[in-house]
Design a protein around this ligand. Sequence first.
Ligand SMILES: C[S@@+](CC[C@H](N)C(=O)[O-])C[C@H]1O[C@@H](n2cnc3c(N)ncnc32)[C@H](O)[C@@H]1O
Length: 441
Amino acid sequence: MFYPKTPFLGNSLLESEILKANSARLPQLLEWLCETPRITTYRVNTLRTSVAAYKSELEAKLKSLLGSQAPKVFGMSELPEIVCIAPLPSSEEIIDAKLKHLIVDTSCGAALLRGAHIYAPGVLAMETGTQIHELVNVFADLKGKCKRGTATRYESTEKVFLGVGKVLMQRYQLYNNDKQPSTGIAVSMQTNVSGVPALGDLSSSDALLQNLPSIACVRVLAPQPGERILDMCAAPGNKTTHIAELMTNEGCVIALDNSASRVHAMQSKLVNYSCIEAHVFDSTRAHDVTASSSSSQPPFGSHSFDRILLDAPCSGLGNRPQLACHIKQLKLLQSYPNIQRRLFAQAVPLLRPGGVLVYSTCTVTEAECEEIVAWALRKFPQLSLVDATPKFGAPGLPNPGLDASQCVLLQRFGPNKEEYAVQDLDTVGFFIAKFKKIANI
Ligand SMILES: C[S@@+](CC[C@H](N)C(=O)[O-])C[C@H]1O[C@@H](n2cnc3c(N)ncnc32)[C@H](O)[C@@H]1O
């Protein structure tokens, strides 16, 4: 069975940009990015329910859906608000020659390997005559060459088998161009080659489907009830609501994002959190020396916040699995550190002396991770790098701008699992650094 060993499909220029100081680690990293994290994680909203209650509810739901095949559900003492779903035993990847083929795009393919069902926009090809409730072999088109609406069997050496699904929508429902684009689940996955249970997204107001490093990131920020906290790049609000939960909804969380549609979309998530105020605002302009530090609207004055989360826009290369990378141009990849530095430079004056700044990205490039930390320590002597605890991942990678004692303060989630602080984690790629403002500059 063909399975990609790099999401970059031969674009060595992009590959060589990812790890420059640690290029020997690149082949292992690329292969890891193509593999699926096999554990599914939910963050329980502890303002609404207890972890024990949610866990029993989830166990009952899985039992009713999957009977004796229901996967194990477990918690983690190191991260009390998390509930994890174990993978199913791996099944043999035998393609049933009697079934028709259905082709999905690579981002849909990646989602279904993590347990999602197939939504209508992701279906590229469905063979003519495919009936409702028929079982089909599902493949991803790695090269992006399959035309949407293809009605014949799509033959390619670069399509990869992902599993078997049950059809819920027919061709005319998927490709009726006269009407609005189709929405909803088109194929419900029955099995997939990753072994991640095909449960779809079970998020509710009681718990949110969220990757472990994102949950760890807010724990590192360590928000306290009554504080004033800025979330500079907040949409879709997953970390914002976690911050509010750890603050027991007491204090104030200002959530900024420059995308109006993304802020609009996250509003429904925020209704039960009275401590969150969300604004559409460009955080590269969030600081204004003339504004008051108690201002309720952006921009804000100096020393306005006890803690700041800068979960920066990034290349997103930590997403796993990646069947084909969404970034195709070097220029785009190289553009992220610039915006990250501009946002960082706003965060520093906004933080009160003694305050905490957490910088995080869901990527793996040195330029957006360790190098931003090295740059920040050079540029802002008022910042001190502190231990990004609680620790789950590995230390930061060796970097010419950081000494070994600084690297161990960082948290990087990558393929070197033997270096993780907590064993047996199988996560997406992620990076976390924590700073304290030590001087009133
Ligand atoms: C990594 S996502 C944030 C994810 C979010 N923290 C969460 O956990 O749900 C980065 C976000 O930064 C936003 N963004 C990009 N440039 C920005 C800017 N100049 N000011 C504010 N937000 C920005 C994007 O719209 C995007 O929603």
